[in-house]
Design a protein around this ligand. Sequence first.
Ligand code: ADP
Ligand code: MG
Length: 618
Amino acid sequence: MAKIGINIATGSLQKEEMIVGIDLGTTNSLVAIIHPESRQPVALKEHNSSSLVPSVVHFGDAGIVTVGEQARELLVKEPSNTIFSAKRLMGKSYNDVRNNAHLFSYKIIDDNTDSLVKVQVGDKFYSPVELSSFILKELKERAEHILKTPVTKAVITVPAYFNDAQRQATRDAGKLAGLDVLRIINEPTAASLAYGLGLQKEEEKKIAVYDLGGGTFDVSILQISNGIFEVLSTNGDTYLGGDDFDNIIRQYWMESSGLEKEVFENDKQLLQEFRLAAEAAKKALSKEDNFSVTIREMAFTITKQQFETLAKPLVDKTLHACANALKDAGLTQQDIDTIVMVGGSTRVPLVKESVAAFFGKPVHDEVNPDEVVALGAAVQADILAGNNRDFLLLDITPLSLGIETMGGLMDVLIPRNSKIPIKAARQYTTQKDGQSGIRVSVFQGERDLVKDNRKLAEFNLSGIPGMPAGLPKVEVGFLINADGILVVKAKELRSGVEQSIEVKPQYGLTDEEVEKMLLDSVTHAKEDIATRALVEARTEGEQLLASTEGFIAKHVQMLTPQELQDTAAAMQALQLALTMEDKDLIHKKIEELNEVSRPYAERAMDEAVGSAMKGKKI
Ligand code: ADP
Ligand code: MG
């Protein structure tokens, strides 16, 4: 099994193109490569500018999209069309983010609570995948500009705690940006690679990677043996980071300014000036002992010591998470051989000192902490390119493997270029009440619709006991053994009924055919992703129509005649939208129907809760 690359710009197949490493961060993103002459990892940057590209996307008039520093500057002035932290939404449903929705200044859509979130900007809807693809496209273009060559292949990093859906979303974002994503690797693994860890064959080590970024904190305990990284545990806080350091300084100054709260509420510009000055103070205090600034003719100062007193509770929180990570891995501080510091916020001396004290050893901080992940991704990319001869590449799957889901979509369980042997599983459910069987169709290929991929096998899981739609839990498992044989198993977890099948994925497929399938997926990426979005919108719309209909049948006496009439009109409008090829229109009509039904749906909930409480008397 071989690895095949495609030059998207020329459409030709290449064996020796540069593969870049990309850190797609919540706050900042960047690209790195292995320098062809020095053989050292380097972060790409234009002369006199930073390698970091703020992960912010601005939507301007006439559909102009800007990414990076320029977009970041518009965060306060144009909050509803300047999108930050899209990474937090990757692979998430509204139910997953609802408790934190107030932290986003832009509009997150809550139509069908179990479907994936979308962001509304004006009358357009963007998925987190699309938003991330804008950032990746910008990184790709910058890299091409600096390297003066097309860049089409990449390794992209994700947090160790990202699940399958989040990893798949990241892959899709890369594809949409015109990148062939050869591998998704864990950020802590990348950081370790940047320090040269795991590159010696006989090395056996336990590593703690402490990553404090702009808005997130995570710690991972890794084990390396035989060049293979294993994540033993992860812990952290997805809402703790450098922004919180900025906030404590800002609060401190705002209180000492003697200005009333309302002044800041009415003057967002002033608030922003405080925010920027606070971040500047924090950064300065990583090197100096005190900092002074004048904001609107008021003088403010803060010493390093004062900052540390304010920051200590936050740092202690991270140490607590470290203790939990160790506990989950079944280890103590003494078991850890190496500590790696990642993320811009680990520049704060108090952070470094506290982490070193906690583990009882000096920490590794020689590599630039906000570049280290991208540098490690470049090391991995170089290994994949086959340039690092000491490193043995294990067998990989040349094409993705998955099953067909609603609307004829391909749901990938094992992405291409995965090392074998490999195992993957995902849960599915039924569409209809009382459905007793599920058809599992196995496909191979990179296209989003199964009709464009290659069908490998198909079987029925029958004998599922009668249950309402959505209740059965059918787990589909894929296992590719060391000989490349794929075993597909489906099991209904509530009843235990199961069925399996064995296939040889590469059987009868020549190298040329594999190459053609890969090439097709790249040339059709845009239309494929658009079709997928349309099919998903339609499925969501159909489900909403069905559930609204069911709801009304049950609760018709609770609705006013006006509500009934409005609902019927909104349903009709959605029905009509479903026949058209416009996903934004469908989302808009879904949103409108939800708006109409929200008041009485809430009333019905109250009633249900009320009657439940009536029945429960002490
Ligand atoms: P992410 O991984 O979340 O994208 P980064 O690793 O790029 O984030 O970290 C960004 C954070 O690092 C910001 O909060 C920024 O203010 C902080 N930071 C950058 N430089 C320094 C410094 N010299 N001292 C303290 N904090 C810093
Ligand atoms: Mg990061």
